[in-house]
Each structure stands twice: as C-alpha cells, then as structure tokens.
Design a binder for this molecule. Structure first.
Ligand code: GDP
Ligand code: ZN
Length: 290
C-alpha cells in the first residue's frame, strides 16, 4: 500500500496526468489496468481519464501512479455549466447560475460551487423546488424580462417554473423510459409568459452544448476568472495550454482559479482547434438535444 491521495485531473498529456491535490499539483502515470476493460473504467470512454475527473494517486511509487478514477459525486456538471457561461460571455448575455436540488447537496459542495463562480463574477442562486428555497429570488430575477432556462433534463426546470408560477402546471419528471437509448419526449422550446411580467423560455434538455464560431484566440477571454492573471503570462497571446511562465496555470496550481474551470477551458480549446473552417460553422452555442 502506498500513500494514496485524492485529487482532480487538470491536464492530460500522452503518458501523464497533472493532478491537483489541493496543496500542490503532481504528475502521475495512469496504471495500465485503467485502459483495460473492467475495474475503474468508464465503458463509454475510449480514454478512461478526463480533465475534471477525481482520481486517486499513489505518491509512494516513482513516478506517482494514477490508480483509480472515482465515480462522479453529484450531478453538477461543471463542464456543461462552463460551456453555457462561456457562450453567454461571447454573446454578451447576462447569466445567473441556478443550482437546484440543494436539498441533496452539502454545505461544503455548495460553498465550493459559489466560490468558483464568484471568481468568474457569475451570480449563483441556490434553489430547491421542493421546499421553496431561493424561489422568491428566482421569481424576482425572472420578472420583467425574457429569460432562457438551460440545463439537463431532470435538473428541475419544470419544477422551478411551477414553483414560481403554479398556474403554469408544467409536467414534471418527463424523462422518458427511453432515456437510456437516447430518445426524448420533449424536443421543443416553449415560451411561458409570467403573470408578474416577463417570460421564460424552457429548453429541451441539453446533452452536448458546443461553442461554434469562437476563434481559438478569443476563448480565453470567455473565462472571466482568468482575466486578473493572463495579462502576466510571458506570451501576450498565451493559450495557457503548453506555454512556459503561464500565470493562469500558476494560479490554478495555487487554487486561485478553480481546477474545474481550467479543465473546461482546455476541453473547449481542444474542440476549437479541431473545429471546421469558419464558412462551415453553425451559430454559436449550438445545443444538441437529448
Ligand atoms: P426538468 O426536466 O429540468 O424540467 O426537470 P423536472 O422539473 O421534470 O424535475 C425532474 C425531477 O427532479 C422530478 O422528479 C422532480 O420532482 C425532481 N426535482 C425537481 N426539483 C427538485 C429539488 O429541488 N429537489 C429534489 N430533491 N428534487 C427535485
Ligand atoms: Zn498563460
């Protein structure tokens, strides 16, 4: 038995992963068994380790070895959230992050989410459609303007709308039993007028939210929490990916930028680099329905 530590993967290279252990970042080599079928492998993934994953690292071996990928603790998807928020910055659309089902989360988890998004200057609203927490604030925020609700199906969008306006009588829990095969029961967006003024557009659940049309060099500016650091990178056009003396990467190592945000950025950067030429592009923020 070695010295096992739990951390978050913030970067994956060909043979090593950079794992943020909180107090420092270590490089760890994934154990071969992770690439076989069986224990610890997410069968739907060709590469079993993704940035953002929680993993166990054995520091006693040299180099450190990445022994296990931990199951995701909750349904809060920072990657999905960060994509949508980045699209909002690009489109200059003011956004609020609504974290629903707080009855199922603990204080520590919620505090971490708030701290992460406060740095990106995104207002965070905690709600519970069942006991009414945050519903007044949500109603106030939606009144008098047209808003769009984005989120996975099952996140509680219909429940929240019913809570702010019971007259809407939206069907709750409409995830179909065909969920597993990828079929869906709601494929339309609908605009609901609010009695107090304003309207909300409810969208079908999103499985993949892709950012189209954002030039690679602009992507870093969509992560507003990078701003205080990136002016100090050695290269003025630093992509914070491979460049030396990168202040953003150093801030991630010190915990001043959330590792999950950096992981989301790197994933979007990777996608942007592989994106088709501009004339083949679809509009920004294409959401693929569930
Ligand atoms: P939608 O697909 O985003 O419209 O989600 P729904 O409103 O249909 O809710 C999906 C499921 O989550 C339903 O079973 C709801 O009862 C449940 N749900 C919604 N909000 C909450 C909440 O705040 N706490 C808990 N525990 N469950 C909730
Ligand atoms: Zn940099």
């Amino acid at each position: 038995m070695g010295e096992l530590k739990t951390g978050t993967v913030i970067r994956t290279d060909a043979k090593v992963c950079h794992v943020d252990l909180g107090e420092r970042v270590v490089q760890a080599a994934p154990r071969g068994i992770l690439f076989d079928t069986g224990e610890g492998v997410r069968s739907d993934q060709k590469n079993p380790i993704a940035v953002g994953d929680r993993v166990e690292v054995d520091l006693a071996s040299n180099p450190a070895s990445l022994d296990r990928v931990l199951p995701r603790r909750n349904c809060f998807s920072s990657n999905r959230t960060d994509r949508i928020l980045a699209a909002c910055v690009w489109g200059e659309i003011p956004a609020t992050l609504i974290v629903n089902k707080v009855d199922l989360s603990d204080e520590e988890e919620l505090g971490a989410i708030r701290a992460t998004y406060e740095k990106a200057r995104v207002p965070v609203l905690f709600t519970c459609a069942l006991d009414g927490r945050g519903i007044e604030e949500l109603r106030a925020g939606l009144t008098g303007r047209v808003s769009i609700l984005y989120g996975a199906s099952g996140a509680g969008k219909s429940s929240l709308l019913n809570a702010i306006e019971p007259g809407l009588k939206l069907k709750v829990g409409k995830i179909s039993k065909y969920w597993d095969t990828g079929k869906h029961t709601t494929s339309y967006s609908q605009l609901h007028k609010l009695e107090a003024g304003g309207a909300v557009i409810d969208t079908p659940g999103i499985r993949v939210f892709r950012l189209y049309g954002v030039p690679v060099g602009n992507l870093r500016d969509l992560f507003t929490d990078f701003a205080p650091f990136q002016a100090r990178c050695k290269f003025p056009d630093c992509t914070h990916d491979h460049e030396p003396d990168c202040s953003v990467f150093e801030a991630v190592e010190r915990g001043e930028i959330a590792a999950s945000r950096f992981a989301s950025y790197l994933e979007l950067l990777d996608e942007a680099r592989k994106a088709p030429a501009a004339d083949e592009e679809e509009p920004t923020g294409q959401a693929q329905e569930e």
